[in-house]
Ligand binder design. Structure first.
Ligand SMILES: Nc1nc2c(ncn2[C@@H]2O[C@H](COP(=O)(O)OP(=O)(O)O)[C@@H](O)[C@H]2O)c(=O)[nH]1
Ligand SMILES: [Mg+2]
Length: 214
């Protein structure tokens, strides 16, 4: 079983200060509503109930944590942050949520990587750019950063090549990967990268982080 398949719901909280302090590496998933974040997390972890856990009443605007690790030994945590930019959300709630998210991204101690999900048909939106500005100082201090271009099955080959090179210019030192849930494109590449982030000391080939069952 692949490392990401070990994901289990750990806890949920409305704000950073309700989260337990942890000393394992934490990787946060962020993105606009409808960018494909839940689908991506489900595909990577091969577990439908994870994003379901984040959809339970009262949890959609929460920070949801999932533990990772074999034999029940937690060695990393995935964080699902609520999507932003959903037009129907009242303005006060939007502002409140932006503050919760910025607070988490700037001050969460064990946060070591951020995965930004982006629908390549819309490209990087203004809210994505604001998020990049918020995390830039931490990225410059070594925080890992990956932009996942979701739904790549909806692009032609030349569109995909173009959006990949444009997004690489915008990524400010982060990596960019094309992803498609139905085509299983990029699943293995993203899984490998996240495993390397969480296990920087591991020798090459120490663990096969396969996510796709052979
Ligand atoms: N064609 C295609 N559709 C996708 C893909 N990922 C997500 N979607 C669709 O995009 C919509 C939003 O996906 P969802 O995962 O709920 O986005 P979230 O709001 O960011 O969690 C749904 O209709 C998904 O079926 C993908 O890789 N390919
Ligand atoms: Mg979702």
């Amino acid at each position: 079983m692949g490392w990401l398949h070990t994901a289990k719901f750990l806890t949920t909280a409305p704000q950073l200060h309700f989260l337990p302090a942890l000393d394992v590496p934490e990787i946060a998933f962020v993105g606009r509503s409808n960018a494909g974040k839940s689908t991506c997390i489900n595909t990577l972890t091969q577990q439908k109930q994870l994003a379901f856990a984040s959809k339970k009443p009262g949890r959609t605007q929460h920070i949801n944590l999932f533990s990772l690790g074999k034999q029940g030994v937690m060695d990393a945590v995935l964080t699902d942050l609520p999507g932003y930019g959903y037009a129907a959300v009242p303005k006060q709630d939007k502002i409140r949520w932006q503050q919760v998210m910025a607070n988490y991204l700037v001050t969460r101690k064990n946060l070591m990587g951020i995965v930004l999900m982006c629908d390549p048909r819309h490209g990087m939106t203004e809210l994505d750019e604001i998020l990049l500005d918020v995390i830039r100082p931490r990225v410059q201090e070594g925080l890992k950063f990956l932009i996942v271009l979701t739904k790549s099955d909806k692009l032609t080959r030349s569109e995909a090549t173009k959006v990949l090179s444009i997004t690489k210019l915008q990524a400010g030192g982060g990596e960019v990967m094309l992803f498609s849930a139905p085509k299983k494109k990029g699943v293995e590449e993203v899984a490998q990268l996240l495993w390397k982030w969480a296990h920087p000391q591991a020798p090459a080939g120490a663990e096969p982080p396969a996510t796709v069952d052979a």
